[in-house]
Design a protein around this ligand. Sequence first.
Ligand SMILES: Nc1nc2c(ncn2[C@@H]2O[C@H](COP(=O)(O)OP(=O)(O)OP(=O)(O)O)[C@@H](O)[C@H]2O)c(=O)[nH]1
Ligand SMILES: [Mg+2]
Length: 197
Amino acid sequence: MNSQVFSLKIIIMGFSGVGKSSVALNYTHNIILTEFNQAHGDEFKKTIQINDHTILLEIYDTSEDEFVALRNQYIKQGDGFVLIYSITSKESFEEIKGIYEEIYRVKHKDKNEPIPIIIVGNKCDLENEREVTKEEGMNYADSINCPFIECSAKTKENINQIFEIITRNILEQKYQREEEEIWTIKKPKREKGCCVV
Ligand SMILES: Nc1nc2c(ncn2[C@@H]2O[C@H](COP(=O)(O)OP(=O)(O)OP(=O)(O)O)[C@@H](O)[C@H]2O)c(=O)[nH]1
Ligand SMILES: [Mg+2]
């Protein structure tokens, strides 16, 4: 990879009201949403530096009431996915399990083919309203081999880390695939060389 700027599409998904727009706006514009300034489904851009490389993140904030066709289009085009639940809602935690399945279904991928996904428990500032323990979040993320983080779009805790982790994850999987492709292209040539000897 050279130093030119390239872009990655990151899709934010989760149950209604978990803080998808808050996380996106907090990260891209340093805005803290309140119940009086709501936002729904939008696209935000922000550049991120990873090891000397400048990467443009196109962040799509989805909404539960989107048309299935549009939702599928987001999933098909997404390079990485931020699946958010609220630690104050067990229902929202159960919801991301279905979204995880949906992503694999729409992308026509097998479970042993990794897709960059991070599991995020938002609203960790509301400790006294907690319904999902950190262990539950962590155990689920472990079971599907994905990174996990708790954050707060209100206090900005761990917000930058979400996007750094998912970007690194996308790049790692991209490199791995490219290396595997190079290896499968090289392999027949080696065999040919052996035959000559
Ligand atoms: N205390 C606290 N409140 C939050 C946090 N994140 C979001 N909220 C509040 O939760 C409510 C919903 O946040 P949104 O960002 O609109 O949630 P959303 O997932 O985009 O909701 P929809 O677009 O309706 O699906 C708002 O009142 C936010 O102020 C957080 O980390 N802590
Ligand atoms: Mg929203």
